[in-house]
Design a protein around this ligand. Structure first.
Ligand code: ADP
Length: 592
């Protein structure tokens, strides 16, 4: 599929054409002024010069002729980078009138970025009315962030008005995490990655098992790292102070934090190349700025390693992350306490051609360090193609089963809890063939309280797994992660209590909702193993709940049903039985 990708800002328009993963054209119109703008085209031969376009609209209007001049035709779709998708856009969305209105409603959250993005959408819809146009949102990747990462501790009224952390650069962080996992040769779902995107805008993202856990930008792209012209973290008390001491208004302070801060404020230049050159020539201001820049980035790396309980790989990207060996070194030096040891030679000689992702850690370093070009446009093209290529799903009700808290025991756990050689007694067979519940029960003890009478489900497993609801996690007093069954590395420990003794083990999880199905039913419903779908609850008390991010697990002989936990059932108003309906189209996206 041939996709034209637009990344429109207030002062520049970047665009690219992709055929599958192959980039066949890259272009930009930059620095719009009354007398025109600069252009760069690359097909892959590069040409540069001045063009007469003074604003975004005229620049977009020129794109069809540019593509025709380079012999590019046969476009199938258009993808637009959209900065802010709020909480509603977790996936790429078809840019119809309703969708555009929803993005317009988000302008207060991104007053600089969304209007430019939307102007490009409107113009492109006029130029290519026959092509499907999709928005890919910078915020979508971070919608997996837990509330503890997204909540500001501010009055409830403010939070109700929408004040929360979102995070940006999501397409870049997602792309580099996927690229790093491929380079490492491990599934993304097994890795804890810290992605360090250092461009004019800059952010760090903690990616735990393929999902964004936290990132350094917040409500707006101002929070976090020191950037080209943006301040990054500043005490919000600064607003009152500056108002009282200097008489500045809120718009004046906000403008300065976006446009006259960061490297520009510290050194007079927002461009890291200038700052590094001046620092090397002995300029004390530039040296101090570099120290501050690296220190802030390193603080976030440390924080996210702690947040994830460790880190497997750090990935550098963005203009500075890709090109500045000295900045990478400043950020990494001294992190040997957490198992990171850089190879200075490799760091000094990275070649990023053809989407390469070289590893630059020293031999034996526990943490890998990877550098790769951020390919946001490629990622947008991929997401657009994947959204449009999705197979139609045949509507068919899926029975929903509600799982109460339970444990799966290992043979060692059975011995510890019930005595040597003890065999559990089967009480009844479950609907999944070969699975049963036992007559025996155990207690699960946490630092806050104990859950009694917890069911044991068989058959025995290699590793003990304890599944509780989020409500239970508070009764226990343990922060319990949401995990797919069997993904137990790094999960909290808990004490199980049986009649013959206790068993301390990790494996305490809130089970991620999922659909069990067999290959025949999967084909009939257009599903595949590992796909992530949305399911609307159609029975129950009709509270109108749709569950997103539901994992499909296909196994021979599985009985087709969806498993949710008691909290989810309560939220959906399910009492007894209910059915679910797959939500077709873009929402039922395959897992990335
Ligand atoms: P954007 O966020 O606008 O896409 P980029 O990712 O292109 O920005 O990053 C621009 C930044 O990268 C600038 O500060 C620029 O100075 C810096 N940069 C580019 N090349 C180098 C280099 N060789 N050494 C240091 N910094 C570099």
């Amino acid at each position: 599929m041939r996709v034209l990708v637009f990344n429109a800002g207030s002062s520049s328009l970047k665009f690219g054409v992709f055929d599958g993963d192959a980039r066949i054209f890259k272009g930009s119109f930059d620095r719009f002024r009354d007398d025109g703008c600069d252009f760069v085209f690359c097909d892959p031969t590069e040409t540069r010069g001045r063009a007469p376009h003074g604003d975004l609209d005229t620049a977009i209007a020129a794109v069809p002729a540019v593509l025709a001049d380079h012999g590019i035709d046969g476009l199938d779709a258009i993808g637009h980078r959209i900065a802010h998708g709020g909480t509603e856009f977790a996936k790429p969305a078809l840019l119809d009138a309703e969708c555009i209105a929803r993005i317009e409603a988000l302008i207060p959250l991104a007053p600089l970025h969304n209007p430019a993005n939307l102007a490009a959408v409107q113009m492109a819809r006029r130029i290519w009315p026959e092509l499907p146009q999709l928005g890919v949102f910078d915020t979508s990747f971070h919608l997996t962030n837990p509330a503890r990462a997204t909540t500001y501790a501010v009055p409830a009224e403010w939070r109700a008005a929408g004040l929360r952390r979102f995070g940006f650069h999501g397409t870049s962080h997602k792309y580099v995490a996927l690229r790093a996992a491929k380079e490492i040769g491990a599934p993304l779902s097994d890795l804890r990655i810290i992605s360090v995107h250092l461009g004019n805008g800059a952010s760090v993202c903690a990616i735990q098992r393929g999902e964004s856990l936290d990132s350094s930008m917040g409500l707006t792209p101002l929070e976090g790292l020191v950037m080209g012209t943006r301040s990054g973290d500043v005490d919000p008390g600064a607003f009152g102070f500056l108002h009282r001491q200097l008489g500045l208004s809120i718009p004046q302070i906000e403008h300065a934090l976006y446009h006259d801060s960061g490297l520009k404020a510290l050194t007079g230049s927002s461009d890291m190349r200038d700052v590094e050159d001046r620092a090397a020539a002995g300029d004390a201001e530039a040296q101090a700025a570099i120290h501050l820049y690296a220190y802030r980035a390193r603080k976030y790396v440390g924080a996210y390693a702690a947040a994830m309980g460790g880190v497997d790989a750090i990935v550098f990207t963005g203009g500075i992350g890709e090109n500045s060996a000295s900045m990478r070194r400043r950020i990494c030096d001294g992190l040997d306490f957490m198992g990171l040891d850089l190879d200075h030679d490799r760091n000094a000689h990275v070649d990023l051609a053809d989407y390469a992702a070289p590893q630059i850690q020293a031999y034996g370093s526990r943490v890998r360090v990877i550098v790769t070009e951020t390919a946001e446009q490629l990622m947008i093209a991929r997401e657009v193609a994947a959204s449009l290529a999705r197979p139609a799903i045949t509507p068919r009700p899926i029975p929903i089963a509600v799982s109460g808290r339970h444990v799966h025991l290992s043979p060692e756990a059975v011995e510890a809890l019930f005595g040597r050689g003890y065999q559990l007694t089967i009480d009844r067979q479950l609907r999944q063939p070969g699975n049963w519940s036992a007559v025996e029960r155990v207690a699960v003890e946490g630092p806050k309280g104990t859950l009694h009478d917890v069911a044991i489900l068989g058959p025995l497993r290699k590793r003990t797994q304890t599944e509780v609801s989020r409500t239970d996690s508070f009764a226990l007093g343990i922060d319990v992660p949401v995990r797919d069954s069997g993904q137990l590395d790094g999960t909290p420990r808990v004490r199980l209590i049986g009649p013959a003794g206790t068993f301390d083990t990790d494996g305490l999880i809130v089970a991620a909702r999922h659909i069990h199905t067999n290959p025949q039913d999967a084909v009939a419903m257009g599903l595949s193993d590992g796909q992530v779908v949305q399911v609307e609850v159609t029975g129950g008390t009709g509270r109108g709940v749709t569950f997103s991010r539901t994992l499909v697990r296909v196994a021979p002989n599985a009985f087709t049903e969806m498993h949710i936990d008691t909290d989810e059932a309560n939220a959906a108003g399910i009492v007894g039985a209910a059915d679910g309906a797959l939500v077709p189209g873009i929402a039922g996206a395959p897992a990335a």
